[in-house]
Write a protein that binds this ligand. Structure first.
Ligand code: TYD
Ligand code: MG
Length: 449
């Protein structure tokens, strides 16, 4: 008899190895390797029998997928317009972030608008879900609940009823009958996801599958399922803050740039349609070390407050810390300021913070970061009705930001009087005064004298 070779798999990202490694070389998770049980395949059904005919792409009828809007704009924006019939979406997030709350709200909306909706919960009892639904005013006749740990029977219910939307909460709570391993193990998670996907596709039901992410990697993570589903959405938020951000990691039906913003309240999750006011406190008097960036999150412009604090360092190696911006970006911009604007940064401990827990990836926030740093170093405040839009290069040049007009329009709506932009930005009909600069050193001449 052939010797059975043991295989191990990272429960966080699915990386396979012949030995049980302590640290995953792919995702860096510690202690995440578990033994992988191979799926036995029936040789007869797996055999290649005949060639299938390929079809030229040009003769295919390329129809836009019809969209089923969830009724929650922040979610529809991230999805690219709404759910697609038969599309399976994986909603990942840490336990307690609000996945079940969001989905109960979505399910109730869909039930009111389109007809029967099935919410399958393997984690909570019917009483718990009903209590939450009642408290949030979400109970409606068409919203049907199935609390069970038997996925196969729950999916049979889904096949028989005429459901317009389905939620499976969560992928780690169920077992796929013909796979071995405990619920939540990599093999089980893959088995559960493929059972749900089969039913969603064959019955054309838009479906959301919940997947918990845990930092310890003890439970199989949504990374394992990325290729099985049509879209992966990640729901995140800091413990101390009510703000919740929804982003797409993968999206077969739309872009992955869009950001959905919600606020957790005692009435459930509320969409935040005016996010600038979350991240920027418009009423504050000018303080040194503060500058406002107009950044783009997907198709939306929003104001972000950047705060810098530079203090004298008694140590030969000054400390640099950044929250909301990568540390390497702070170090690079400090070097540019030192070399290109004559400000001495080398003896300062420097702290940088983007308020509200926002993470800035947009390069056009560079100019505001430099302005905040320069303002803290010189201890002169920049007037609070000025905002900054531009990327800063190594030569100290200020480069144009994409979609500058949309950003300036948002600045005008928020009451800013002046936007500082790159001299090379195309001429447009800007609604407020724009100050065009070509070098980062000009910030000092304009505002910090
Ligand atoms: P939940 O949706 O159960 O999270 P997940 O499904 O991602 O594990 O949300 C749980 C948290 O949300 C819980 O800590 C309490 C909080 N919460 C509110 O603050 N307000 C509410 O109206 C609800 C329903 C939950
Ligand atoms: Mg939950």
């Amino acid at each position: 008899m052939a010797k059975q070779i043991k295989k191990y798999i990272c429960s966080s990202c699915g990386y396979g190895s012949l030995s049980e490694l302590g640290k995953c070389p792919k995702c860096g998770e510690w202690g995440s390797f578990v033994e992988d049980t191979p799926i036995t395949q029936d040789k007869k059904t797996g055999a290649i029998s005949h060639a299938t005919k390929a079809v030229p792409l040009s003769v295919l009828d390329a129809k836009e997928e019809p969209r089923v809007p969830s009724g929650i704009d922040e979610l529809d924006r991230v999805l690219g317009g709404g759910f697609v019939p038969g599309g399976v979406i994986l909603l990942g997030g840490e336990p307690g972030v609000g996945k079940s709350t969001l989905l109960l709200q979505v399910a109730s909306n869909m039930a009111k608008k389109f007809g029967k909706v099935l919410y399958i919960s393997g984690e909570e009892s019917a009483g718990q879900v009903a209590l939450r639904g009642k408290r949030l005013g979400l109970l409606t006749e068409n919203l049907e609940l199935l609390c069970t740990s038997n996925l196969a029977s729950a999916l049979a219910t889904a096949q028989d009823g005429d459901y317009k939307f389905m939620v499976v909460d969560s992928v780690q709570a169920f077992r796929a009958d013909d796979e071995s391993g405990w619920a939540g193990s990599p093999t089980q998670v893959k088995g559960v996801a493929s059972m749900v996907t089969d039913v969603a596709k064959s019955c054309n039901i838009p479906t959301v599958l919940v997947g918990h992410i845990t930092k310890q990697g003890a439970i199989a993570g949504p990374k394992l399922l990325e290729h099985l589903v049509d879209a992966v959405l990640l729901f995140s938020g800091e413990e101390a803050s009510p703000n919740r951000l929804l982003r797409a990691e993968k999206n077969r039906f739309g872009s992955t740039d869009e950001l959905g913003i919600f606020e957790m309240s005692d009435k459930g999750l509320n969409p935040v349609s005016d996010p600038s006011h979350l991240y920027w406190n418009g009423n504050d008097a000018a303080a040194n070390g503060v500058a406002i960036a107009l950044t783009m999150e997907g198709s939306r412009a929003l104001a972000a407050e950047i705060q810098a604090l530079a203090t004298f360092s008694p140590f030969p190696y000054p400390k640099r810390t950044a929250r909301g911006v990568e540390l390497s970006r702070l170090q690079l911009l400090l070097a540019v300021l030192e070399k290109r604007s004559g400000l001495s940064t080398r003896q300062s401990d420097t702290y940088l913070n983007v308020t509200g827990g926002l993470t800035l990836k947009d390069p056009a926030a560079d100019l505001a970061i430099c302005a905040a740093l320069a303002s803290s170093i010189t201890e002169i405040a920049i007037p609070s009705d000025i905002c900054f839009i531009g990327e800063v290069g190594l030569a100290g040049e200020v480069r144009p930001a994409f979609r500058t007009l949309a950003r300036v329009k948002e600045a005008a709506r928020l009451g800013f009087k002046t936007a500082v932009i790159s001299r090379r930005t195309p001429k447009e009909n800007y609604p407020i005064e724009v100050l065009r600069i070509s070098r980062v050193g000009e910030i000092r001449d304009l505002f910090l004298k």
